[in-house]
Design a protein around this ligand. Structure first.
Ligand code: DX5
Ligand code: ZN
Length: 221
C-alpha cells in the first residue's frame, strides 16, 4: 500500500533484558510508536513470557505507549489487569476467547483499543461479525510463542485479504503483522496492506546494527 503511514511496534520480548533501560531510551529516541508486549501463558502457546510486574516497571520507565498482545487462554479474565497497567492497545486471540464480541466490547469499555490476533492457520471468517468492535487485526506471520522463527508464506495472502475486508467496510482498523518482520519481509507485508509492524529479532534487535539505524531502515523498507 504505497503512501500508507507505517507504525512501528518494538517487541519488548526481543530487547536486552539486562539493559532494558538502555534499549527503552534508544527506542524513544528513534521515535517508535509502540512497545509491543507479548504475554504468554504456557497453555495457549508452549512458552511463558512477560509478566505483570515487568510490564508495570516498564510502563513507569517509558513514555512509549504499550501495545499488549495476549497469547493466553480466556483473556477476558485479565482485561482489567491490563487496563490498570496502562495498556493502550489490548489484543486477544480469536482462538482463545469464546465470547469474542463481549471481550472486545469490554476492552473498549475499559478505555483501550481492541485488537484481534489470528494464528497462521486461522481464517479471517471469524471476524465477520465483530468488524465494528475492533481497532486492529493482528495477522500472526509465524506461529506464536517463540522469537526468531521464519515467515509462514500463506500469511502474506491473509494480510491482503484482511486489508480488503477492512477497506470493503470502510473501517479505520489497522492491520498489524507479528513474526519475522525482517527488512525484506516488511516490504512485502506493507505492500499487502499491513500498517503496524512488530519489530523483533528480525529487524530492530539484531547484532551489528543499532536500534536507531534499524528503526530508520525498517521505515525505509
Ligand atoms: C511470536 C513472537 C515474535 C516476536 C519476535 O510469538 O513474539 O512475533 O515479536 O519477532 P521475530 O520473529 O523478529 O523474532
Ligand atoms: Zn506479539
Amino acid at each position: 500500500m504505497p503512501g500508507m503511514p507505517i507504525t512501528i511496534c518494538a517487541s519488548l520480548a526481543c530487547a536486552d533484558y539486562l539493559h532494558l533501560e538502555t534499549d527503552l531510551r534508544a527506542l524513544e529516541a528513534a521515535g517508535v510508536e509502540y512497545l509491543h508486549i507479548d504475554v504468554m501463558d504456557g497453555t495457549f502457546v508452549p512458552n511463558l513470557a512477560l509478566g505483570t510486574d515487568l510490564i508495570r516497571a516498564v510502563k513507569q520507565a517509558t513514555t512509549i505507549p504499550l501495545d499488549v498482545h495476549l497469547m493466553i487462554e480466556r483473556p477476558e479474565r485479565y482485561l482489567e489487569t491490563f487496563a490498570k497497567l496502562g495498556a493502550e492497545i489490548l489484543t486477544v486471540h480469536l482462538e482463545a476467547s469464546l465470547h469474542l464480541q463481549r471481550t472486545l466490547a469490554a476492552i473498549r469499555q475499559l478505555g483501550m483499543r481492541a485488537g484481534v490476533a489470528l494464528n497462521p492457520a486461522t481464517p479471517l471468517d471469524g471476524l465477520q461479525y465483530v468488524l465494528d468492535d475492533l481497532d486492529l487485526i493482528l495477522v500472526m506471520t509465524v506461529n506464536p510463542g517463540f522469537v526468531g522463527q521464519k515467515l509462514v508464506p500463506s500469511t502474506l495472502r491473509k494480510i491482503r485479504e484482511a486489508r480488503a475486508l477492512v477497506d470493503a467496510h470502510n473501517l479505520a482498523a489497522h492491520i498489524q503483522v507479528d513474526g519475522n518482520v525482517s527488512f525484506t519481509n516488511a516490504k512485502l507485508m506493507a505492500a499487502e496492506g499491513a500498517d503496524y509492524l512488530v519489530g523483533g529479532t528480525s529487524s530492530l534487535f539484531m547484532p551489528g546494527i543499532t536500534i536507531a539505524d534499524a528503526v530508520q531502515k525498517l521505515r525505509q523498507s
